[in-house]
Design a binder for this molecule. Structure first.
Ligand SMILES: [Zn+2]
Length: 84
């Protein structure tokens, strides 16, 4: 109770669609999106940073993220050590 569930957002969206009509949906959606962003910024500060040490490796040359087991950078082609 009290927590805003996704189904509530859908219901709100439907109600807004009925009230304002599809013609203004873009405008209303933009306002809602801005409000949500402001809300999240106020409540949670910045979004949680992405996990930095999940085993993902990065190219030592260009910094591109490398898929597990990759031996060459997909962006610049620099050879990288396989494994850890
Ligand atoms: Zn690279």
């Amino acid at each position: 109770m009290g927590a805003l569930q996704p189904i509530h957002l859908v219901l709100i969206l439907i109600i807004v669609l009925i009230i304002f009509g599809a013609g203004r949906l873009t405008e209303v959606g933009g306002a809602l999106g801005k409000g949500v962003r402001d809300f999240r910024a106020n409540v949670g500060g910045q979004d949680a940073p992405p996990p930095a040490s999940t085993g993902a490796r990065h190219c030592t040359s260009c910094g591109a993220e490398l898929p597990p087991g990759a031996r060459f950078c997909g962006r610049c082609g620099t050879g990288v050590a396989a494994g850890s």
